[in-house]
Design a protein around this ligand. Structure first.
Ligand SMILES: Nc1nc2c(c(=O)[nH]1)N[C@H]1C(S)=C(S)[C@@H](COP(=O)(O)O)O[C@H]1N2
Ligand SMILES: [Mo]
Length: 205
């Protein structure tokens, strides 16, 4: 662990393994679809829509790289029941966006948009948690393409499917909408996904 890291509060629990999870020492790769190619010329990270933000912004790769950075020490819990503890992530805190846009109090949820149309939804407060990061590095190394290079979201206190890889956009919403794994045809995963409450699936319809 590094002295200057933000410590995710879940790593301070006496028992760091949420109910129904097993420890893994390896780092599994888990996603739907192909691993995208990274093109620094065309890559951007967009934040929208007006009027939920006062202005839509798009960070180019050089602009994103110039943003202030932080480290986060956190555990990772996949809904398929593996947990990987002791991760040191590095990147740009999600809260950094608040220095570039004013978010309306009417924005209650976020839809995260990724390459190839992958999406995931979460409450705005979880998105802006102190330990939430747009990560570029893991344990001192740039992310592998498989793990989300160049930028993935890390939301340590929710199940890892909310930690979207190859993130490209942040959409604020007044009402919640299901992302990819949250849609019924892809499993109906939970709209929030708190591992300590075992919020694996959405309550049935
Ligand atoms: N773009 C994208 N991000 C994604 C997924 C995905 O299918 N597509 N799967 C999620 C799931 S289910 C998990 S457990 C984590 C796994 O991250 P890892 O492959 O780096 O271990 O990525 C999440 N991020
Ligand atoms: Mo997962």
């Amino acid at each position: 662990m590094s002295d200057d890291a933000i410590i995710s509060p879940d790593t301070r629990r006496g028992d760091r393994l949420p109910p129904g999870q097993s420890l893994t020492r390896k780092w599994p790769v888990l996603h739907y679809g192909e691993v995208p190619e990274f093109d620094p010329e065309s890559w951007d990270l967009t934040v929208f829509p007006v009027p939920l933000v006062d202005q839509a912004v798009a960070f180019t790769w050089p602009q994103f790289q110039a943003l202030p950075r932080a480290k986060v020490f956190a555990d990772m819990h996949c809904v398929t029941r593996w947990s990987k503890l002791d991760n040191l992530w590095e990147g740009v805190p999600t809260r950094e966006l608040l220095k570039h846009v004013t978010v309306s109090p009417a924005a209650k949820f976020v839809m995260v948009h990724c390459e190839y149309g992958f999406t995931t939804n979460l409450p705005v407060d979880d998105f802006f948690a102190d330990d939430a990061l747009f990560a570029t590095h893991h344990n001192g190394q740039p992310l592998d393409p498989d793990h989300g290079h160049p930028v993935r979201l890390v939301i340590p206190r929710l199940y890892a499917w909310k930690s979207a890889k190859w993130v490209r956009g942040v959409e604020f919403m007044t009402d919640d909408r299901a992302g990819f794994w949250e849609e019924w045809q892809h499993g109906g995963y939970h709209m929030r996904g708190d591992p300590w409450a075992e919020e694996r699936h959405r309550p049935g319809e």
